[in-house]
Ligand binder design. Structure first.
Ligand SMILES: [Mg+2]
Length: 351
């Protein structure tokens, strides 16, 4: 245990609904952020949004809040892929889901990253709706350059096109001009799949919740299960982040998609946040020395992250949640409920 005198407060701040709303600062959040900065208190901002480089988001935040935020202080939904995926798959073909996100992936050092639309253009028969009359490249054999991973950076631009291409890539273990080897239950899934946002829905301007990545994951899982069940595939293989659920489903007919998820409230995102907080401390500081607070408006994301990691959490009333704390279950139960991020700093006597 660290001695109390070594305990250093550090903050993981949610953006939307905590610091700002649709890019406009929430009253008090600008001065609260400036207070943390002037007290040299370690902080990162952490969002399940993505689709851009951390440096781009950092520049926008610095401009909005008049506080210097560096790219090392920004965790986007896909930031953990920099350590979990990029070092292994730098030179490999990877398929990127999300509008304009292939460019972001290439910026991460994934030299052969290709967006769904780019891949489709190179393989024009896969999604006939996109095929141009003068496309001559009818069958492209990628056996020497198979897709090694599908990375969801953001919601798909066109769900139909994305599902078709992902099914082709997954069932053929990376080369859609080859046989659908996964229809044989004995063959292992070789293409890694990473999602970067576990949420099924989010709250937008519409009357009812809007679908996001978690929902699209359900679609892909259902299609893989149904395609392999129809082929009489009765066994499953477990490799990437298997869970008890995976093992239980072994008796089901059809395959269970092997996939991993990062983003709040997963521990991989928590781990990324800790390493970025420690980068802002002196070299002798360890995780045990930090009293880490997550601050955010979503009990199932911001608070659950803290509970998954054993940290403290403050649930603010400036965003999507303004309910009764006693109705929240264990993993979503915060350490404190506060009116705003600014109010939290006052309660903690940080001035
Ligand atoms: Mg939020």
């Amino acid at each position: 245990m660290a001695s109390p005198s070594r305990t250093l407060r550090a903050f993981i701040l949610d953006i939307d609904g905590c610091l700002s709303k649709e890019g406009i600062p929430i009253p008090g959040s600008k001065s609260a952020l400036q207070t943390l900065h002037s007290n040299q208190i370690p902080l990162v901002v952490c969002t399940n949004g993505g689709g851009q480089l951390e440096s781009t988001r950092a520049a926008k935040l610095s401009q909005t809040f008049h506080v210097p935020i560096t790219s090392d202080q920004v965790i986007l939904s896909h930031t953990p892929l920099r350590t979990e995926v990029v070092p292994r798959l730098k030179e490999d073909r990877v398929l990127i889901v999300g509008e304009n996100c292939a460019e972001v992936a290439r910026g991460y050092g994934l030299t052969k990253a290709e967006g769904i639309r780019e891949y489709c253009r190179r393989h024009p028969t896969l999604f006939p709706r996109r095929r141009e009359a003068d496309d001559t490249n009818l069958i492209v054999d990628d056996s020497d350059d198979p897709v090694k991973a599908i990375l969801f950076f953001e919601d798909p631009e066109d769900l139909g096109e994305a599902l078709q291409l992902m099914m082709d890539v997954l069932l053929t273990n990376g080369n859609p001009s080859g046989p659908r080897v996964l229809l044989n239950g004995e063959v292992k899934q070789e293409v890694e799949v990473w999602f970067t946002n576990p949420d099924l829905v989010y709250s937008g301007l519409a009357q009812h919740p809007r679908l996001t990545q978690g929902s699209y994951r359900l679609c892909l899982e259902a299609l893989i299960q149904s395609a392999t069940a129809a082929a009489g595939c009765t066994t499953s293989h477990y490799s990437l982040h298997s869970t008890a659920d995976d093992l239980q489903s072994a008796s089901n007919v059809g395959r269970r998609l092997q996939a991993a998820t990062v983003g709040k409230p997963t521990r991989l995102t928590g781990k990324t946040a800790v390493s970025k907080l420690l980068q802002q401390c002196d070299a002798t500081t360890t995780e045990e020395d930090l009293e880490i607070w997550t601050v955010g408006d979503n009990p199932y994301s911001d608070v659950a992250l803290a509970n998954n990691m054993g940290w403290s959490s403050a649930l603010v009333r400036t965003g999507i949640w303004d309910g009764d704390v006693s109705l929240l279950n264990g993993s979503a139960r915060p350490t404190r409920v506060v009116d705003s991020f600014g109010a939290l700093l006052q309660e903690l006597n940080i001035t």
